[in-house]
Design a protein around this ligand. Structure first.
Ligand code: NAD
Length: 469
């Protein structure tokens, strides 16, 4: 029988009357049942978080650190079970840069966040007086997560919130709710009841969270379109917001790039998690003088990358996560082909029950094609020719998104100077999407508001109080 997973409210596992099917994208079959939480369930979870807040906020810092570290131990101890759940609901591989790697990153991020501090800052401290800046927890934080890294992104939301003394209600994507629900269930061992709750259900629950009067902050990762809805409905009670939204990252490859070391990094910068990464390379700008050579080299590399069932150790890439996204990638590639794009490899779905789409490299593409102008969020990379560097920078910036970007060159100083002209929150030299727990990460323009990670990320889960004495 298909296993039905519970909500986690006030330290207890709560069954629901109704459920949603969770589909394994590798075979199109239902592999688990997601509880269909209602707005009444959400109210109960928020009330539990509200009751737990004063106690958790007043817990000595050292004890909160220890509790967050205990959560990392729980992730490690249950990594096998959780990684398998991710692969079955998300479609990514178990090995390689897949779900086991996601679990390893989640535990490491948790430990790093546990060790962070936000000490009192003294603006003045002398014989005339003392002005001190305190960082206080905000209250009840709601986390809304997408389907591409279900556990990793949940950890990015939950851990700084708890570390700073807030209580949490998390709502995972209806496409990938199971690993999150199970993780939160396991984490109850290390936390007082109500400190960390999980509700799940349809997108309606997300809408109910955005307008809930008793939630103080929302940390949201997802599409720009949904982020705008969240921002609009959060305005009623002036909720604090961190929004990590869509990206359409440009990578600019200069003529002096060291292709021998760049090809593999460029490939995985674009195709990690089948391109279903907010800060993946989604537009590759290559100088005319090396365009054909780089296309050939990427094609050679791509030929040896195997797409297949994530549970198989031979697979390096799994599925596209859901049917809607699969159809979108198909549509964008077809439209590019119809407008003259040259398919170097891939270009049409792999026949079968699963949502398998091959690595697709598209040459001779340009702005004006939807696959360049919009976020494709899938395994299809447009490779765009340029001749003038200033023109390439202008074209890279001519986009409403501003999450990440990269510059590829043997001349690091020159690359840094170009990177500083890119309108994006993070830029990498000869690499892409290398996020790390100590470096703030967030989008400019329509890619988001606020940052995650490091001290600045932690500070977003606090309010400032200044005491003048
Ligand atoms: P999505 O916006 O469709 O859904 C994200 C979450 O919002 C889900 O939990 C969904 O149930 C919920 N939701 C849906 N409608 C809602 C509403 N009206 N109010 C509140 N919540 C609602 O995004 P997705 O398709 O799951 O994820 C893909 C997108 O996420 C891509 O655009 C990608 O770039 C972005 N993303 C961004 C980052 C980042 O850090 N910037 C990271 C990962 C993914």
């Amino acid at each position: 029988m298909t296993q039905a997973y519970p909500l986690i409210i006030d330290g207890m596992s709560v069954s629901t009357d109704n459920h949603l099917d969770v589909i394994n994208p590798a075979d199109g079959r239902t592999f688990a049942l997601c509880p269909a939480g209602t707005s009444a369930d959400l109210d109960r979870a928020v009330a539990a978080a509200r009751r737990a807040f004063p106690g958790w906020a007043a817990t000595p810092d050292a004890d909160r650190k220890a509790a967050v570290n205990a959560l990392a131990d729980i992730l490690d101890a249950n990594a096998g079970e959780l990684a398998e759940l991710i692969t079955r609901e998300q479609g990514k591989t178990l090995s390689g840069l897949g779900s086991q790697w996601e679990l390893g990153g989640a535990a490491a991020w948790t430990r790093y966040t546990a060790a962070l501090d936000l000490p009192v800052e003294y603006i003045q401290d002398d014989a005339q007086g003392r002005v001190a800046l305190y960082r206080k927890p905000i209250g009840v934080v709601a986390s809304i997560t997408p389907w591409n890294f279900p556990v990793m992104i949940a950890i990015w939301h939950i851990m700084p919130a708890l570390r700073a003394g807030n209580t949490v209600v998390i709502k995972p994507s209806p496409y990938t709710p199971i690993a999150t629900l199970r993780m939160v269930e396991l984490m109850q061992q290390a936390l007082p009841p109500g400190v960390l709750n999980a509700v799940a259900g349809s997108d309606d629950l997300g809408r109910a969270i955005s307008s809930h009067p008793d939630i103080d902050k929302i940390v949201f990762t997802g599409s720009t379109r949904t982020g705008k809805h969240v921002m609009a409905s959060a305005s009623d009670s002036l909720k604090r917001l961190t929004l990590e939204l869509g990206g359409n990252d440009a990578a600019i490859v200069l003529p002096d790039v060291d292709l021998d070391s760049a090809v593999e990094k460029l490939f995985w910068g674009a195709f990690i998690n089948n391109g279903q990464v907010c800060a993946a390379i989604k537009r590759l700008y290559v100088h005319d003088s090396i365009y054909d050579e780089l296309c050939d080299r990427l094609l050679d590399y791509a030929r040896n990358v195997k797409t297949g069932d994530g549970m198989s150790p031979d697979s390096q890439l799994g599925t596209v996560q859901n049917k809607m996204q699969f159809e979108r990638v198909k549509m964008l590639v077809e439209a590019a082909k119809a407008s003259g794009a040259r398919v170097l490899c891939g270009g049409a779905p792999i026949e079968g029950d699963g949502l398998f789409y091959p690595v697709t490299l598209l040459a001779d593409v340009k702005e004006g094609m939807a696959i360049v102008d919009e976020e494709q969020f899938g395994p299809a990379l447009p490779i765009i020719r340029y001749t003038d560097l200033d023109d390439a920078v202008a074209r890279a910036n001519d986009n409403p998104n501003g999450l990440g970007g990269s510059v590829w060159s043997s001349d690091t100083d020159k690359a840094v100077a170009i990177a500083s002209r890119l309108e994006c929150g993070s830029a990498w030299i000869n690499n892409h999407a290398m996020v790390r727990p100590d470096a703030p990460f967030g989008g400019v323009k329509q890619s988001g508001i606020g940052v995650e990670f490091g001290k600045l990320g932690l500070a977003e889960f606090t309010t400032v109080q200044v005491i003048h004495q």
